[in-house]
Structures are given as C-alpha cells and as structure tokens.
Design a protein around this ligand. Structure first.
Ligand code: NAD
Length: 360
C-alpha cells in the first residue's frame, strides 16, 4: 500500500521523537512491503520562526493533501510564555488545526505494562495483567460551546453555564467507537450522568440505539461518578470508555496518570471527512529536549494508531505494539520509566527505538 503522511513535528522533543517514529514506520514499510511518503510541514514555534504564524496555510494544505497527519507536540518553556513565539502556542496550532479540520472525536489509549507497574499510583495487585484502555471523547458538543456568565442576581454572585448535544453528534462518535470495539475486545462502557443531565439522557438513548444496531459488541452504561471510582478500584474491567466532551476531559486525564508516565500515551483525533491526526497526549517537554532522553513510546504508538485506524493495517500496528512490549519485557527503559527495581537497562531515545526495531 502507498500512503502519504503529513509530518508536523513541532517543538521541544517533537522533532526527536518524531524521527524515531519515522524509523519505526520505515521498518514496518520494509517488512510488510508498503510505501510511506512523508511530507513535512512546520507548526507551533517552529512555524512562527519562519512565517510569524503558528499554523500557516502551507501546513493546512499539506494536511489536506495527506492520508493522515502525524503530529509531534508544540509549545515552549513555561517561563517564556510571554514571548510572541510561545504565547498561546498550543491553542494557535493544535486547537486551530482541530478547528480547521472539524475533528469531532478524540481517542486516547493507555497501556500499562506489568513490568513497570511500580510507576503507577495504583496498587500492584490491581495491575498484574497490565492495562489497555481506550477513552473516546466527543469534542464538538457539551458545555465548552455554550453560554457562560458570571454576574449578580438577587443581590448575590451568580453563575450560569449551558451546553448542548444533538443526536447526530452523539451518533457519529458512538458509531466510530463500535467499529473500533470490533478490532479490540468487543466491549464498550458508555459513561454519562443520565440521572441528572438532559444531555446525558440523550447520550444514553442514542448510544443505546447504536448498540442495538451492533449486537456483536457488548455495551453497558455507567454513571460518571461511579466510573471515576471504578477506574481506581478495578481498572482492568475497562476496555473502551465512550463519553461526552466534559466527562472525557476529566476521565481521560484520570486514565492517563494510571500508566505512570505521560511519555507513553498516544492519541488520535478523527474528523467526519475521514482525515485523522495522531499525536502523543503529552506536551513538548522543553526541559528535556535535545538530550536524547525523551521517551519515544507515545509518538511511536501514535504511528501505530495511524496504521490501525487510518490505513486499516491492523497486523502492522499490532507488530509495533508487540515490539514495544517485548522491549519493555527485555528490561530496556528510558529514564522516565525506570523503576529502579530488577534488571533494567536505561537507554536514550534513539537506542530504545533501536531495540523496538530489532524486535519488529
Ligand atoms: P509536558 O507534557 O511537556 O511535560 C510535563 C513533564 O513530563 C515534564 O517533566 C516532561 O519532561 C515530562 N515528559 C513529557 N513527555 C515526555 C516524554 N516523552 N518522555 C519523558 N518525559 C516526558 O507538559 P508541560 O511541561 O506542562 O508543557 C510544556 C509545553 O508543552 C508547554 O508549552 C505546553 O503548552 C505544551 N503542551 C503541548 C501539547 C501539545 O502539543 N498537544 C500538550 C500539552 C502541553
């Protein structure tokens, strides 16, 4: 298969972990006889240096012409956020990109390998088989786009927020999640607050209708307060969590800390046009940039998600996931995931990737 991939490496550790993901993709292309063409474009501070614009039209055009977008990360050091190059850099690049392509679905995937369970804030006995949880978060509805007022009413301070959902917004993400469930364990837990909120009542109705049309996938409902509790009590019960924008914001952050390092969590954003963007869930980590110590796993797993969900290359994606797992099992670690227990070899960004490629 021939595929064109837009490469938006960005700032900080973005370029160095992206270089490693491309090496892994090249190894996959050679092994499975595919051809990946990479078209690089500037974004974030790197784009600002060249265009005085964090998301130039040239970059949008490169994305439009690609089969998928592989994104690194953007942003500068927190102490330099007042400089024009870094001020609101994330909002002006990644959020602007999400808006330009109407990405309405976000997916985050958390993998916890039993060998590094000591990094998790959870008790080891809850993690003996590892964890593999996908969170689907709706991105264009809910309270983020409603009215927000902070005023005075009847002589006291008063606050008002509104939010809305349409049935088609909910159906779009639900259908996507059910399709992905078929490539995993055929199980979905849909999370809402249907005992209180009208948006959640509609959410539950529409997800229920999509579930009826997909009887091969087991789908159950869970209230968000219970979900927050169950994630720390019995996380292994979850495979796919499907939820609305606000609950997804909170629950996906809760899920992300369970793995112990932000350097391991890939994410994807899907648009109704079919274009998708894949990126690590963490930031540009300027504190460790250009030192060959960043963990490349989130970026490499982002490439794996791209193969699975944009190119339907499930075997190839699985080969990457298994190679990373085997590298961890063999004891190789970047500094952020060293447990200092047992036989571990701490290696650099490039050397960790060498080990992954050797196991592909
Ligand atoms: P961050 O995720 O960049 O870093 C938080 C901590 O995690 C740091 O100590 C960092 O060294 C560590 N870390 C992150 N990724 C790592 C990796 N792959 N390997 C090893 N350690 C890793 O968050 P921050 O420090 O709050 O933000 C830094 C910059 O990133 C800011 O400018 C922020 O706006 C930006 N940011 C960008 C995105 C994005 O591009 N989507 C997301 C979040 C933050």
């Amino acid at each position: 298969m021939n595929k064109k991939i837009a490469i938006l490496a960005g700032d900080g550790i973005g370029p160095e972990v992206m270089a490693q993901a491309i090496r892994v993709l090249d190894a996959v292309a050679a092994k499975f006889e595919h051809k990946f063409d990479y078209v690089e474009a500037l974004v974030g501070g790197a784009a600002y240096d060249h265009y005085q614009n964090h998301l130039p039209q040239e970059t949008i055009d490169v994305c439009k012409g690609a089969d998928a977008v592989l994104f690194g990360s953007v942003g500068g050091p927190v102490e330099l956020q007042h400089e024009a190059k870094w001020a609101n850099c994330e909002a002006k690049s990644i959020l602007a990109l999400r808006k330009a392509f109407n990405f309405n679905i976000n997916l985050r995937k958390m993998t916890l390998y039993p060998e590094i369970a000591a990094l998790s804030p959870l008790r080891p006995d809850l993690l003996k088989d590892g964890l593999d949880i996908v969170v689907f978060r709706e991105l264009v509805g809910d309270v983020y786009f409603g009215e927000h007022t902070l005023d005075e009413k009847n002589g006291e301070r008063h606050a008002f927020d509104s939010g809305e959902y349409t049935e088609s917004q909910i159906r779009s993400i639900a259908e996507y999640a059910f399709n992905v469930a078929r490539t995993r364990k055929n199980r979905i837990i849909s999370v809402d607050k249907a005992n209180v909120m009208a948006m959640s009542k509609l959410w539950r109705q529409v997800v229920g209708e999509v579930a009826k049309q997909n009887p091969d996938v087991a789908c159950s409902d869970m209230l968000v307060d219970n979900c927050a509790m169950q994630l720390v009590k019995n996380p292994a019960q979850f495979d796919i969590i499907l939820t609305s924008n606000l609950f997804g914001d909170i629950i996906s952050d809760e899920v992300s800390v369970l793995s112990g390092s932000v350097g391991m969590m890939p994410s994807a954003s899907f648009s109704p046009s079919g274009l998708a963007l894949y990126e690590p869930a963490g930031g540009s980590a300027p504190d460790i940039a250009n030192k060959n110590i960043a963990n490349p796993i989130a970026q490499i797993l982002s490439a794996s998600l791209m193969l699975a969900y944009s190119f339907n290359m499930l075997t190839e994606a699985n080969a990457i996931d298994e190679a990373i797992k085997a590298t961890i099992v063999a004891g190789f670690r970047t500094g952020d995931i060293a447990t200092k227990l047992g036989n571990e070899t701490v290696v650099g960004t490039k050397e960790f990737t060498d080990q992954v490629i050797a196991r592909l």
